[in-house]
Design a protein around this ligand. Structure first.
Ligand SMILES: [Fe+2]
Length: 306
């Protein structure tokens, strides 16, 4: 009890349980930041409690209180789910240090894990984008270039870090739906027939569907779905107009069009940067967002290699 009170006095919210079984019951229904348990308890021992808790809540750090003669046991507890141990008698002033140490360690572990997950996801996405680009030798590196150009606009209009992250993923994957378009259409050296064009158009919603299967990427899926919408509502797949088109999709459309005009394709050679700028300006307002075109041109003009 003294322990509990002193922790409360130091600002911790404490919920106590009379036995390991009771603690498990509480842990089943409530979220806790940390579990502090004695090893010697009637019924379930501290180690057994730690073991079960670590299984149900792998992210909750567990600190075990053991007798000073139980050092071997305490060490073993680390292999069975405990994150740390304190030998009794407990030094009341030391306990918060142990608690904070374990909370911080766990927070860092979670952050590192998340970062690693995001990295793996990103690598997988890039690999998938390259697979699509590889279907057509003329569009090789297209996704990479569209991403680079999009990020330049993102900086020009000062998008937030979160928005930039979504934009980067979306730009890399904007054409991922082309995986379902037959190579004969994708690499056709002449103009597409209206039927073929319909098949080609399906790549936008298809890409949205593919990416939308990953719950965390629902915003990215939305941006991909709409990357061929035009400001005047004449685009596809949904004929959205103006501000109804996601901002990030409007950015990708500009980067995508510029990239397409300034690189060689199966059906034509590059038309040059000057021509591409003129086209963007000409269609400012009907296809493209005028503010974004202005931001794009002012930045890209200064970068002769972009
Ligand atoms: Fe596209």
């Amino acid at each position: 009890m003294a322990l509990e009170d002193s922790l409360r006095l130091q600002g911790y919210e404490v919920v106590s349980a009379a036995s390991g079984e009771e603690a498990l019951e509480l842990l089943r229904w409530q979220r806790f930041d940390l579990l502090l348990t004695d090893q010697a308890m009637p019924g379930l021992s501290g180690i057994e409690l730690a073991e079960t808790t670590a299984r149900i809540h792998p992210d909750v750090p567990i600190v075990l209180l053991t007798g000073h003669t139980d050092v071997e046991l305490a060490k073993a507890s680390l292999q069975r789910g405990a994150s740390d141990f304190v030998t009794k008698p407990v030094n009341i002033r030391e306990l918060p240090i142990v608690i904070e140490r374990n909370l911080t360690r766990r927070r860092l572990e979670v952050a590192r894990l998340k970062e690693r997950e995001a990295q793996v996801l990103f690598e997988a996405i890039k690999a998938l984008a390259s697979a699509v680009d590889a279907k057509d030798p003329y569009t090789a590196r297209h996704s990479m270039r569209v991403t680079r150009l999009s990020m330049i606009v993102a900086d020009a209009i000062r998008l937030s870090g979160d928005e930039k992250y979504v934009l980067e993923l979306s730009a890399w994957m904007h054409d991922v739906g082309k995986i379902g378009v037959p190579d004969s259409i994708l690499t056709k050296p002449s103009r597409l027939t209206p039927e073929e064009f319909e098949v080609m158009k399906a790549h936008a919603p298809k890409g949205g569907e593919i990416v939308g299967q990953i719950e965390e990427l629902s915003q990215v899926a939305d941006v991909i779905r709409h990357h061929h919408e035009r400001l005047d509502g004449q685009g596809y797949p949904d004929g959205l107009r103006g501000e109804a088109i996601p901002l990030l999709s409007r950015i990708i459309l500009i980067a995508d069009s510029f990239e397409a005009m300034t690189s060689d394709r199966s059906y034509r050679r590059s038309t040059g940067r000057g021509h591409a700028f003129a086209e963007l300006k000409k269609h400012s307002g009907d296809q493209f967002d005028p503010e974004l075109v202005a931001a794009f041109i002012s930045r890209i003009e200064a970068l002769p290699d972009a």
